[in-house]
Design a binder for this molecule. Sequence first.
Ligand SMILES: Nc1ncnc2c1ncn2[C@@H]1O[C@H](COP(=O)(O)OP(=O)(O)OP(=O)(O)O)[C@@H](O)[C@H]1O
Ligand SMILES: [Mg+2]
Length: 265
Amino acid sequence: MTAEVLRLANLRKSFGSVSALKDASMTLREGEVVALLGDNGAGKSTLIKAISGVHPVDGGEIFVRGRKVSIRSARDAMDLGIETIHQDTSLAPDLSIARNLFLGREPVTLPFLGVFAPLDFTELRRAASALLKRVGISKNLNADALVNTLSGGERQSIAISRAMQFAAKVIILDEPTNNLGVEETHGVLRFVKEVRDAGHTVLFITHNIHHVFQVADRLVVMRHGEIVAEQVVADTDLLTVESIIMGADMSTLLGGSKNHAEAAG
Ligand SMILES: Nc1ncnc2c1ncn2[C@@H]1O[C@H](COP(=O)(O)OP(=O)(O)OP(=O)(O)O)[C@@H](O)[C@H]1O
Ligand SMILES: [Mg+2]
């Protein structure tokens, strides 16, 4: 088994009277793709927002490579090597695709000038085009086009390309193939595999179980703020996963213990 990269222990989060996370625990290992499943409102986005510093948790602990960390902001998460693409993507609409792809990390011509160094637009354009091609969304997109001229799906592709480009250890995708066309969806799934093969860890939220069977090594199912099942994808099948998401009792399905956090730990 490969090394543990990220461990969540008993995360709790409430919004008023809604318990969005109830003692959620899970472990992500180096070089694996884990799919996070569950019905609408199950707590999936809340879980990844806790890891990415959007909503600090009310309780519980987060460990990165075995070390306890405090993630209070998006910057904290990025500094720990955790890159996240949220469901509602956050691009700068008035900047070009190329600028968005490298926001805050643009190549410069005179690096010794620090923050005053002029951007290297030639290199920026070249790198952006190469990245778009790699993700498989170069089709009709000009790296100089402004993001506010793009469709929702195209924007999603740009946001994903950006996260994948800088994924240090863990890359988290909240419904990355939502709104994407066939070719873009394949591009994202292929990229997820590439990132994994390069040794990174991917956690992705999806409602598409077929995608889980195409790219994920493990799957985790949430329901009402709790993690109710963890399975190795090769050891399960589509119907079983569907019934777990819909609320089947795991002990009947597997004939085993209901303590999945322990089983997976
Ligand atoms: N900012 C917020 N303020 C209040 N309630 C929230 C907030 N964010 C999430 N919730 C509530 O927490 C619960 C979990 O929401 P979450 O967005 O994590 O679900 P999800 O599993 O991502 O669902 P979906 O598949 O629809 O995206 C829901 O009941 C939701 O209404
Ligand atoms: Mg969500």
